[in-house]
Design a protein around this ligand. Structure first.
Ligand code: SAH
Length: 419
């Protein structure tokens, strides 16, 4: 590694933009998020490059980066608050589809929705918004007899989706339409609008806006939207190993005091939420609480600018309060009156999904005791410039039940996701 570092320092690094998230494995790989600007110092192979992000260096997979450093290109990306080139670029590759289709809980939930509603789907007109590889459309054609499924996909994956539809003999039912839903017309109104639009912390990437706009233009009166409702759930939790790995690590190293680096560690590791966190049910300090409930029939695009929620937790067991963990659940109402609702729950007591959970670390851990209460508010504020991004602000106070004094700690923290 040393040799590379020395070699590389002579040449000026080139700036690249990340097409999608990457979690490095091992200490010599560099993790990054979609849209991060990464400086490439050396290209020792066509697959792995030596790069830098926020003063940290490591190997990065070359295929995850595109050259965004050229000024012209940077300007065009600034012109697009939706960053569609990067967003749809990443759905034109297989990595995300591999991840989504490998996620059995997610994909089976959609399959179950089609299966349990197959009789009612007979002769219905369906639109699958953001069909990707077309999996939901193919389930419709395979498990039910809708009159038509319009499979809408903006990324270049649509070309392959057409082939998949043909290959599976579904071309009489499924019509693939390539384009951004907002820019397409459908030949008719639809009875059912189905979509898998959920992101981290439910809303991240804000594909939900495309769904709401399609609902308003395409769904006939009395039509059905799947998922029909969504909830964001929060719980105060312990995150001992993450805290140890990123913060306690800097206490003593090789007999030396490294604590002056802790404020930097806080900034670098705890200022943004940690996606892809898997919380153990035993790390929850209280019963989880639904903080936001969205009705997909009545939700308006303007409502997405600011979504507020409240929580009140009663600490069930004493422990260290490191942060809050969030996840979501979506519900698919049956087409039949009285039919069973299908649920996709991404929380810690369900099968893990590719969304995992989202961890919001406090700046400093707090010891809490059974009987304490943690109450407060959550605010999801959509970024006014970068429309796929948002910040999450948590306000909370801890009421200590055991102390005689009326001890109440109030705190607030805002987490950008990602801008
Ligand atoms: N339905 C597929 C893919 C879900 S991922 C599955 O369940 O596996 C979301 C997909 O929606 C991506 O392929 C993305 O390119 C597409 N998408 C997002 N916004 C869109 C829009 N406004 N118009 C068309 N496609 C969109």
């Amino acid at each position: 590694m040393q040799t590379e570092k020395e070699d590389e320092d002579d040449a000026a690094p080139e700036e690249y933009v990340a097409l999608c998230d990457f979690t490095g494995s091992g200490s010599d790989q560099l993790s990054f998020s979609r849209a991060d600007k990464v400086l490439v110092h050396a290209k020792p192979s066509s697959e792995w490059w030596w790069a830098e992000l926020q003063a940290v260096r490591g190997y990065v997979p070359a295929s995850y980066l595109h050259q965004g450093g050229a000024e012209e290109e940077e300007d065009t990306s600034l012109d697009d608050p939706w960053q569609d080139e990067e967003y749809f670029g990443s759905y034109g590759m297989l990595k995300l589809h591999l991840e989504m289709l490998s996620d059995k809980s997610r994909t089976e939930a959609y399959r179950q929705v089609i299966l349990s509603n197959s009789a009612s789907l007979n002769n219905k007109v369906v639109v699958d918004l953001g069909c990707g590889t077309g999996i939901i459309s193919l389930f419709c054609a395979q498990l039910a007899q809708p009159s038509v499924v319009y499979a809408v996909e903006a990324s270049s994956m649509a070309e392959y989706t057409k082939q998949l539809v043909k290959q599976n003999g579904c071309e009489d039912i499924v019509t693939v339409l390539q384009g951004r839903a907002e820019e397409l017309e459908l030949p008719e109104q639809v009875d059912v609008l189905v979509s898998e639009w959920m992101g981290n912390c439910l809303l991240f990437e804000f594909m939900v806006e495309s769904v709401l706009s399609a609902r308003d233009r395409w769904l006939r009166e009395g039509g059905v939207i799947w998922p029909s409702s969504a909830a964001l759930t929060l719980v105060p939790c312990q995150a001992d190993s993450y805290y140890t790995e990123k913060m306690a690590f800097w206490e003593r190293l090789y007999g030396l005091d490294f604590t002056p680096l802790q404020p930097l560690a806080q900034q670098e590791f705890f200022s943004k939420p940690k996606f892809s966190h898997l919380i153990e049910p035993g790390d929850c300090l209280a019963a989880p609480c639904d903080v936001v409930c969205l009705n997909m029939y009545t939700l308006q695009i303007t409502d997405l600018e600011e979504i507020k929620g409240q929580f009140h937790f009663c600490v069930e067991k004493s422990g260290v309060f490191h942060g809050f963990t969030a996840w979501f659940t979506v519900h698919f109402k049956s087409l039949e009156t009285g039919g069973a609702t299908v649920e996709l729950n991404t929380g810690p007591t369900s099968e893990p999904t590719h969304w995992k959970q989202t961890l919001f670390m406090l700046d400093r851990p707090v010891s809490v005791y059974a009987g304490d209460s943690i109450s407060g508010t959550i605010l999801l504020r959509r970024n006014p410039t970068w429309r796929r991004h948002m910040t999450v602000t948590l306000n909370w106070n801890i009421n200590n039940s055991t102390e005689e004094t009326d001890d109440c700690q109030v705190a607030t923290k805002t987490f950008p996701m990602w801008r």
